[in-house]
Ligand binder design. Structure first.
Ligand SMILES: *[C@@H]1O[C@H](CO)[C@@H](O)[C@H](O)[C@H]1NC(C)=O
Length: 144
């Protein structure tokens, strides 16, 4: 039992939680600003409300699929986790690759998701907290 607790502590300690402006700079460098009409502020807002900038965030959905990582990408459509029925694996990756400190794989997958812009609305928290709102505070004070 003690070993289990220790392991959990180690896992928690190594989860990278991005600082808001650090994330904005990383996304900008990866060409996310304006990609398919989605602004940098939209991606930062989405990450704030979907994962609180935590690269290890996972959340189980009522349909049995799971959302993974900083953008909470769904295992039904975009990655394989071995426990989601009829998974499509649109990004052709193991879902665990969406939970790493380095978010380049998550960024590549998010770009693929919005290849069809209607998918943006699949992010429930983005719809609720970001769509059509003044998002200037998500980039405020960032050296971009
Ligand atoms: C995904 O990666 C994890 C960790 O490396 C591994 O344990 C798991 O078997 C892989 N799952 C699939 C479906 O490939």
């Amino acid at each position: 039992m003690r070993a289990v607790v220790l392991l959990l502590l180690v896992a928690a300690a190594s989860a990278k939680v991005y600082e808001r402006c650090e994330l904005a700079r990383t996304l900008k460098a990866a060409g996310m600003d304006g990609h398919k009409g989605v602004s940098l502020a939209d991606w930062v807002c989405l990450s704030q409300w979907e994962s609180s900038y935590n690269t290890r965030a996972t959340n189980r959905n009522t349909d049995g699929s799971t959302d993974y990582g900083i953008f909470q990408i769904n295992s039904k459509w975009w990655c394989i986790d071995g426990k989601t029925k009829e998974a499509k694996n649109g990004c052709n990756i193991n879902c665990s690759a969406l939970l790493t400190d380095n978010i380049q794989t998550a960024i590549t997958c998010a770009k693929r998701v919005v290849e069809d812009p209607k998918w943006m609305t699949a992010w429930v928290a983005w719809n609720k907290h970001c769509a059509g709102k003044d998002l200037s505070r998500y980039l405020a004070g960032c050296r971009l």
